[in-house]
Design a protein. Structure first.
Lengths: 321, 328
């Protein structure tokens, strides 16, 4: 680890998926194998007790990073390094998924869902102690201990997301990876869950890697933001710095196009175009077909990640040095 | 000029929709009234289950059986449509009211080219011949901002990206030159950088064509930037209506106030978001009186006894006793 303050260091992470057609089709149609570079050379650090957010549009690789960090995928290249936890063992990371309807087993009672990690890791000696711990977890996330006998379908979306949070906390992790935890929820319920997550962070000293496409949510939750475009981090900075002074044209585009309730802009400048397919990314800087500043160098050369004004990093040939 | 040409694009009066089920009658919409002028965009906002999509479906005559309009009236462009038969309604859909749904992939037929679908729709609603219809189809694609419309017209839906597909759906909705467009979550399936393109297109077309638009969405940000007026729904009822800027700056109903506070803002970071505890009641458990009373910080005895009416206010209309004689 480069610093004792860091909870997670991710270094030059790359993940390639083989998306070729089956062998027989390839032979008959004489097509080569095809690869999709979902994540490429992604480097970031999450400090202990802080929240780093990865933002970007669909297909930018942010969820793949989440799954790489939690070990659900193996990296093709690069390193993922967790700091030792307070007890000296490797830090435990848990994940909260987007859709609380799909991530809870409908045939299990809520008590069993939350108790599974406790039993699996042998964190409590007796059945009574496990039941007590489940009751405590349910209280922490704002549900009642009696809810442990009910099934997931008896709960609303927001309550189900509370159950997933309780399950994630059951193994006493210090690191939580949250993949779009509120995208499937209504705004008033989203506010409840975001408030709960902030409280848990303060009380339990949790570190978050927060994945979202919603910049307003990210601004509320994150200390630091990394913006991804087509598998790469294009800009990373502290939240306030990024919002006050975005340097990458893509970050500027994102900030401009987000509808804001507080100060709606009905005549905003529209940037045309759409994200290209990650199967066939443009040469050079992946953003150049949509970029108003694109010059010759952008079409040929992939910009390197370098330090930006005001702290943080940016990957753009045109950003001021 | 016949009187119908002065009529609003849509007028809904005291509309109720019921679903008879084994467990009893469920009231999905209860006394919903709204009005959309031509060239006006009315945003309808609410959380899942509030009845916003149901209102759109009722106007389109596409309620899923056994759901039915149990009382009230729907007038599209001055013509009463809730009493029409299914066959008659079919000629109203497309010609008088167009629809744009959330997922552009499911609203287009994957087996026909975009041109075939547009030409079929155009010919169904006008007496143009095939060649003229094709010209008009190219024109529509240009209007919705599809580059290379001459070539693109022969492409199939899967050859378009999500944002372009939604533009095709909008072109289809415009093909019959309707007076009213129901847009149900038209930007929800799209990425943020595409969303703004689609909402500004909707605004432009609404002005140019003089059509009224009912924009159904859960995203207050989209409403703030697109709509002229907004209706807030809760548990199958409209609880507040007003000009968008007013409702955002001065929400009157406690639910609207909570809703506005719970949206994280881009401008400034707050320590805690306003939180409305609990969840919207299910249709089989709507509390008596005001449907919001169990979650309302200002609820009094009267809110449990009596249902508040939508009372006109300085800036719009609110259904809350705080604005109609007090909660006691």
């Amino acid at each position: 680890m480069r610093s004792a303050r860091n909870a997670l260091e991710v270094d030059q992470l790359t993940r390639v998926f083989d998306v070729s057609s089956p062998w027989l089709n390839r032979m008959i149609e004489r097509k080569p194998k095809r690869y999709l570079r979902a994540v490429q050379d992604v480097t970031f650090i999450v400090e202990k007790g802080k929240c780093l957010a990865l933002v970007g549009e669909s297909g930018c690789g942010k969820s793949t990073v989440a799954r790489l960090v939690t070990g659900l995928y193996q990296p093709t290249e690069g390193a993922i390094l967790f700091a030792p936890a307070s007890d000296g063992k490797p830090m435990d990371a848990q994940m909260i998924f987007q859709d609380p309807h799909a991530s809870l087993n409908p045939r299990w009672r809520v008590g069993d869902i939350i108790a599974e990690p406790i039993r699996e890791f042998g964190l409590r000696d007796s059945a009574e102690a496990t039941t007590l711990r489940v009751a405590e977890l349910l209280k922490i996330v704002g549900l009642s201990p009696d809810d442990s006998r009910r099934y997931p379908h008896e709960f609303s979306g927001g309550q189900r997301q509370r159950i997933s949070i309780a399950r994630a906390l059951a193994s006493e992790p210090e690191f939580l990876v949250c993949d779009e935890p509120t995208s499937a929820l209504d705004v008033s319920v989203q506010a409840q869950i975001l408030n709960l997550m902030r409280e848990l962070q303060d009380e339990l000293g949790l570190t978050y890697l927060f994945i979202s496409h919603n910049l307003a949510v990210v601004r509320h939750m994150a200390d630091r933001i990394a913006v991804m475009y087509l598998g790469r981090i294009v800009e990373e900075a502290d939240t306030e710095v990024l919002f006050a002074d975005p340097q990458h044209p893509y970050t500027q585009l994102l900030l401009q196009t987000i509808p804001d309730v507080a100060s709606p802009n009905r005549n905003r400048e529209m940037m045309g175009g759409e994200p290209p397919s990650p199967l066939d990314p443009p040469k050079g800087c992946a953003f150049h077909p949509r970029c108003p500043l694109a010059a010759d160098i952008c079409r040929h050369e992939t910009p390197r990640v370098r330090g930006r004004q005001g702290g943080g990093v940016v990957a753009c040939h045109m950003a001021p040095l | 000029m016949n009187p119908a040409s002065h009529a609003p694009a849509l007028e809904v009066k005291d509309l109720s929709v019921e679903f008879p089920t084994r467990g009893g009658m469920l009231t999905a919409l209860s006394d919903v009234s709204l009005r959309i002028e031509r060239g006006e965009i009315l945003g309808v906002v609410g959380e899942s289950g509030a009845g916003k999509s149901m209102t759109g479906m009722a106007v389109l005559g596409l309620l899923e059986p056994p759901g039915r309009v149990s009382s009230g009236e729907i007038h599209i462009g001055g013509k009463r449509t809730d009493s029409l038969s299914n066959n008659e309604m079919e000629s109203v859909r497309g010609r008088m009211v167009g629809a744009i749904f959330q997922d552009p992939l499911t609203s287009l037929n994957p087996l026909f080219s975009v041109g075939q679908q547009l030409i079929e729709t155009i010919r169904l609603h006008s007496d143009r011949n095939r060649a003229a219809a094709r010209l008009h189809a190219v024109d529509l694609l240009k209007q919705v901002g599809i580059p290379g419309a001459y070539e693109r017209i022969d492409h199939y839906p899967h050859q378009f990206s999500g944002g372009m597909r939604q533009r095709v759906v909008i072109a289809l909705a415009l093909a019959g030159n309707p007076q009213l467009i129901i847009a149900d979550e038209p930007t929800t399936a799209l990425d943020v950088s595409i969303q703004a393109q689609i909402t500004s297109l909707l605004r432009r077309l609404c002005r140019e064509q003089g059509a009224g638009v009912m924009l159904v969405t859960h995203d207050m940000g989209v409403i703030a930037e697109t709509a002229d007026r907004v209706a807030v729904m809760y548990a199958g009822r409209i609880i507040e209506v007003g000009v968008v800027e007013d409702v955002i700056a001065r929400p009157q109903h406690p639910y609207t106030r909570g809703l506005m506070g719970s949206i994280p803002a881009l401008g400034a970071r707050v320590e805690r978001l306003t939180q409305i505890d609990g969840a919207m009641p299910r249709l089989n458990a709507i509390p008596p009186g005001c449907a919001f009373n169990p979650r309302c910080p200002a609820a009094g005895p009267r809110c449990v006894r009596e249902r508040p009416r939508l009372v006109p206010e300085a800036y719009g209309a609110v259904a809350c006793f705080l604005h109609d004689g007090g909660v006691l």
